[in-house]
Design a protein around this ligand. Structure first.
Ligand code: SAM
Length: 217
């Protein structure tokens, strides 16, 4: 049977739940550094000018890695004030205005790239469609959501698991899934449990073309 941690889906519940986890040091998801698959993806990016968002960033090792490697328009958001405080202390030179303590679902602006690292799995399943819509809003035309999604289920939630079928069903109407594959460079404890995905935003015209093609087939 799946057990649920004491986790509210309302914004205030969510903030105090996650903040308490940081306060108690119950942050088993935090691997202490940028994950290998995300690092390797970042390392092959050509433009340091990309406007990049890390949602549900936690201690934000990805943001730190990007910043230390010359990316100059990196933004992060997390609902837990303590996670944000930790990051500010660890990376005092990171542009302060790009560090947001708040709810991802209330975020505004648009980005050229959004990196996913154990944020989707932190959200209750009823939030998943909202996540997809919000990602679509936050990306500029033709830009991408890239990252790791769990390919397994968990006995205690969160994290909430998933599989390829679920992700395809969620993303395919608003996005083109350019890559979905078993991650070949996961960190050791996550070997076999992750999918690496590159998900490209489609415009209304592209979605319209796609549905015409499907209808004609
Ligand atoms: C499982 S942790 C992952 C943190 C980080 N990505 C990592 O891999 O270390 C999920 C994070 O999402 C944050 N979070 C949960 N709901 C959120 C929301 N609605 N808006 C912004 N952040 C949220 C939590 O505070 C927490 O830091």
């Amino acid at each position: 049977m799946v057990k649920k941690r004491n986790f509210g889906s309302m914004k205030n519940d969510s903030q105090s739940y996650w903040n308490q986890r940081y306060k108690n040091g119950q942050t088993g998801w935090d691997i202490g550094a940028v994950s290998t698959p995300i690092k390797e993806y970042i390392d092959q990016l050509n433009s340091k000018e990309l406007k990049i968002l890390i949602p549900g960033a936690g201690n934000a090792h990805e943001a730190q890695y990007l910043f230390e490697n010359g990316f100059n328009d990196v933004h992060l958001i997390d609902i837990a004030p303590l996670a944000i405080d930790n990051f500010r202390m660890r990376c005092p030179d990171f542009p302060s205005q790009n560090i947001i303590q708040g709810d991802f679902f209330e975020m505004t602006g648009q980005f050229d790239l959004i990196l996913e690292q154990t944020f989707f799995c932190a959200l209750s399943p009823e939030m998943r469609e909202k996540y997809v819509l919000k990602m679509h809003d936050l990306l500029t035309a033709d830009s991408k959501l890239v990252g790791l999604f769990f390919n397994c289920q968990f006995e205690i939630n969160p994290p909430y698991g998933g599989d390829q079928k679920l992700y395809e069903a969620l993303f395919q109407t608003l996005f083109k899934i350019e890559l979905i594959e078993k991650c070949h460079n996961s960190i050791k404890p996550r070997v076999g449990k992750e999918l690496f995905m590159i998900i490209k935003k489609e415009t209304i015209e592209q979605q319209f073309d796609k549905s015409n093609r499907i209808n004609k087939a």
